[in-house]
Write a protein that binds this ligand. Structure first.
Ligand code: KIV
Length: 295
């Protein structure tokens, strides 16, 4: 096991105050970037909380980077709640956002409110996120009306992958950019506390961020957003299938896992593992007694 000491930079956030939607707003007002990452399990959430990450998104990217689906569409409410519970057990300070999966908020407003409520009531989340613009304004209003903070998500909205014709950047024409800006205003008016902008041109994201009073969180949307989010498996180099252009990879955990598993395999096959220090012993006295018992 590693004995690396925690530097002051990583330990300073250990006992920080709970991050809330108000903290998000205050950070935007002060011009301080908001940090957000995705997590799907207890140890990752714990490490992020310790590092001082402002907010953890239990994203439906779960479907791709953890469950191995081709896209996020097969992810269910039960999948999301299961992983959200693990994250909430690991992170006590970060603002926890549960991502509403495909078909959990599109069918009716009533279902949308009920499913949003489950994230808070049954999984310890502080807020929910849902994808879409003007077509989701009524659902957003109803969920917010039930006292549940909602984060919006515009641009590349992966649950619409088939409608968008693939995972492609959005808002690249003047008409599309205008519609996206309008959607941002509509969502703000509907009551979202924050807005994810995914894979949109940087200058469009910056304009939106300046025009609306709620914080924008960018992913592939440039430095003009009020905060940034990445899918953690991309950042850690854990997801091998593909890496979007906008990802900065901070580690190569896939290669590191490969190295560790190969070394373990070799150790077991050559009987270097387990060694004496990994072995449980019993006293000679008890052993002799045991020998007598089995004769
Ligand atoms: O599901 C997810 O991880 C997301 C982020 C990409 C914002 O929605």
């Amino acid at each position: 096991m590693s004995t690396t000491t925690i530097s002051p930079a990583t330990s300073q956030h250990a006992s920080r105050k709970k991050v809330t939607t108000l903290t998000f707003r205050q950070k935007k007002e002060r011009g301080e970037p908001i940090t957000m990452l995705t997590a799907y399990d207890y140890p990752t959430a714990m490490a992020m909380d310790k590092a001082g990450i402002d907010s953890i998104l239990v994203g439906d990217s779960l479907g791709m980077v953890v469950l191995g689906y081709d896209n996020t569409l097969p992810v269910t409410m039960e999948d999301m709640l299961h992983h959200a519970r693990a994250v909430s057990r690991g992170a006590k300070s970060a603002l926890l956002v549960g991502d509403m999966p495909f078909m959990s908020y599109q069918v009716s407003i009533e279902e949308a409110v009920r499913n949003a409520g489950r994230f808070l009531q049954q999984a310890g989340m502080d807020a929910v996120k849902l994808e879409g613009g003007r077509e989701r304004a009524d659902a957003v209003r109803a969920i917010v009306g039930a006292g549940i903070p909602v984060m919006g998500h515009l641009g590349l909205t992966p649950q619409s992958v088939h409608q968008l014709g693939g995972f492609r950047a959005q808002g690249k024409t003047a008409t599309a950019a205008k519609r996206l800006l309008e959607d941002a205003h509509i969502l703000e008016d509907a009551g979202v506390f924050s807005l994810v902008l995914e894979a949109v041109p940087a200058r469009l994201a910056e304009t939106i961020s300046k025009q609306i009073s709620i914080p924008t969180i960018g992913i592939g949307a440039g430095a003009g957003c009020d905060g940034q989010v990445l899918v953690t498996h991309d950042l850690l180099g854990l997801f091998e299938r593909f890496t979007p252009k906008f990802v900065k990879q901070y580690a190569n955990f896939h290669a590191e896992m490969n190295r560790a598993f190969t070394e373990y395999l070799d150790d077991v096959e050559t009987k270097r593992f387990p060694a004496v220090e990994h072995t449980v012993e019993m006293s000679d006295e008890e052993w002799d007694e045991f020998q007598k018992e089995i004769k």
